[in-house]
Ligand binder design. Structure first.
Ligand code: GLC
Length: 553
């Protein structure tokens, strides 16, 4: 049953990129046993739940986003029985678990795709995918000019001459969502996992399932091909899933990965009868500027309508880590399109500065109404690994672009748990599937745990406080007399003040006591100056005295 304030509306969810979280069997690849052993890390952090990246059987062409069987666990990660045990333990800790569902495409190893290859043109089996004859006199040209997200044409030809569509890599054939069998199959997949007790799903490329009728060529000049995404028909599919979820007498989450051309279009994805909640990615693309962050937050709040429809985030497994992004020299412009290409930027970051800003941005994010998604390793302040040796790279983006784009491996390097030992505590002896640079040791969990000034300590203090301080109250912007300072004021007298500039800013006495600061240098009650690139939470009982000109719902 869905209540008016669902558990997922204000939750902090920790994204577990399983391959890189913790290795339980010593083969250098993270797995369910490793996650179970390290689950206390999430409990200690104070998150409300976790989102598990795909861990179904997969040839791993796109690290699990190419699924061969939607109803099992990849042997490299464990077994269904281990999954059930993990889920029970997650629930014993009072946490929720979201699975990642990938409905746009499967793997070439999926039984349906193999059958489609065998069955030949015009068959019912091919009808579950998007097969078309080629163009040109001998059909040797792709059916249209679409380019795949990972580079190269979005079509691959099979032995009998037909072509199949793949918005991503050739190993990820797109389903045909006009086919009733596809619709029925996914209803059943959702039920399979809901019956095991999961608390919901993160929906991969939820805006991609339906393509423009007739699959026309894209003749526009920009790289966002509107024929591939954001078609009106996708919402009906989400509504159908919502009805499947409604068969269960518990509050279930569907959070969509949706990249519309403009964030205002998120509204039609996030309604209560459909996904219910969508990621808001605009903050990933903002330069470090008070005006840019404020405008992006306002857009997000407007798109969500109701606060709990938006899931705020500063990072995930597809983009450069925020420490590295925010450590760029100050730029007045937003970085290019907020899509997966963020992983393709060449950056020369100031890591120390990026760390300060990322800490400040965390306090800002946590002060907003709505859900917050954290990506594993951000609680350690990990920078992007920009100098991963090329011979270790595994991302299909790297291969599909012939090395022109580095891809996303740099944010997927296995976590450092200890300052020494094999794989820095990630593995019991195996070689981590991506090598950890020597400097990773500095960021180890074991080292940060003991240090009250560490990023990990900030996260561990901030998360439980957020639950207490930022309950579901309205948000306003407080007035600061400097354009590079932002103040989010909540109706219960709590303020988050962020100094995007470099010069200290004196915190007005009316804002009350300092509850938490992102910067270990202060402010303190004795010296109430908020340092540059820092944020603080403040609390007062007499909010009336604070000047708050604008109000947002
Ligand atoms: C999403 C995932 C990304 C994956 C792609 C294709 O964008 O987050 O990791 O490569 O979908 O499934």
């Amino acid at each position: 049953m869905v209540t008016s304030s669902p558990w997922w509306g204000q939750s902090v969810i920790y994204q577990v990129y399983l391959r890189s979280f913790a290795d339980g069997d010593g083969d250098g690849v993270g797995d369910l046993a490793g996650l179970r052993r390290r689950l206390h890390h999430l409990v200690d952090l104070g998150v409300d739940g976790l989102w598990l990246n795909p861990c179904y059987p997969s040839p791993q062409a796109d690290h699990g986003y190419d699924i061969a069987d939607y109803r099992d666990i990849d042997p490299a990660y464990g077994t269904l029985a281990e999954f059930d045990e993990l889920l029970a333990e997650v629930h014993r800790h009072g946490l929720k678990l979201l699975l990642d569902i990938v409905p746009n495409h499967c793997s070439v190893e999926h039984a349906w795709f193999r059958a489609a290859l065998r069955a030949g043109p015009g068959s019912r089996e091919r009808g579950r995918f998007v097969f078309r004859p080629g163009r040109g006199p001998d059909a040797s040209l792709p059916p249209n000019n679409w380019q795949s997200v990972f580079g190269g044409p979005a079509w691959t030809q099979v032995a009998d001459g037909e072509w199949y569509l793949h918005l991503f890599s050739p190993e990820q054939p797109d389903f045909n969502w006009d086919d009733p069998e596809v619709l029925a199959e996914f209803d059943d997949v959702l039920r399979f996992w809901l019956n095991r007790g999961v608390d919901g799903f993160r929906v991969d490329v939820a805006h991609g399932l339906i393509k423009a009728t007739g699959l026309p060529d894209w003749t526009g000049s920009h790289s966002y091909n509107p024929h591939m995404w954001n078609q009106a028909g996708v919402n009906a599919i989400h509504q159908r899933w919502r009805r499947v979820l409604a068969e269960y007498d518990r509050d279930l989450a569907l959070v969509g990965e949706v990249w519309p051309p403009s964030s205002s279009e998120l509204t039609r994805y996030a309604g209560p009868d459909r996904l219910g909640q969508v990621f808001y990615f605009d903050l990933l693309a903002q330069p470090w500027s008070a005006a840019a962050f404020r405008a992006a937050i306002e857009r997000g709040l407007r798109a969500g309508g109701v606060a709990h429809r938006i899931a705020w985030t500063l990072g995930n497994h597809d983009v450069h880590r925020q420490v590295t992004r925010l450590g760029q020299p100050r730029s007045p412009e937003p970085v290019p399109t907020p899509d997966i290409t963020l992983a393709r930027l060449g950056l020369t970051p100031d890591v120390g500065l990026g760390q300060l800003r990322a800490r400040a941005a965390l306090l800002l994010l946590l002060s907003l109404p709505g859900a917050v998604y954290l990506y594993q390793g951000e609680e350690l302040g990990l920078p992007e690994v920009l100098d991963l040796p090329d011979e270790h790279r595994q991302d299909p983006i790297w291969f599909r672009t012939g090395g022109a784009e580095k891809g996303r491996d740099g944010c997927r390097v296995p976590l450092p748990w200890t300052g020494d030992g094999p794989g820095l505590g990630f593995t019991d002896g195996g070689r981590p599937w991506l090598p950890q640079p020597a400097w990773f040791a500095r960021y180890a969990v074991s080292r940060q745990r003991e240090d009250p000034a560490s990023t990990l300590s900030l996260y561990r203090t901030a998360l439980p406080l957020r639950a207490k301080l930022f309950a579901n109250t309205a948000l306003r912007w407080g007035r600061a007399d400097r354009g590079d300072v932002l103040a989010v004021v909540r109706d219960n007298g709590v303020t988050c003040m962020v100094n995007f500039g470099d010069d200290p800013y004196p915190i007005p006495a009316e804002l009350g006591e300092i509850v938490l600061a992102s910067h270990s240098d202060g402010p303190t009650e004795r010296d109430r100056r908020l340092p540059g690139n820092a944020a603080a939470w403040l609390r007062t009982d007499s909010l009336q005295s604070v000047d708050m000109p604008s109000t947002l719902s």
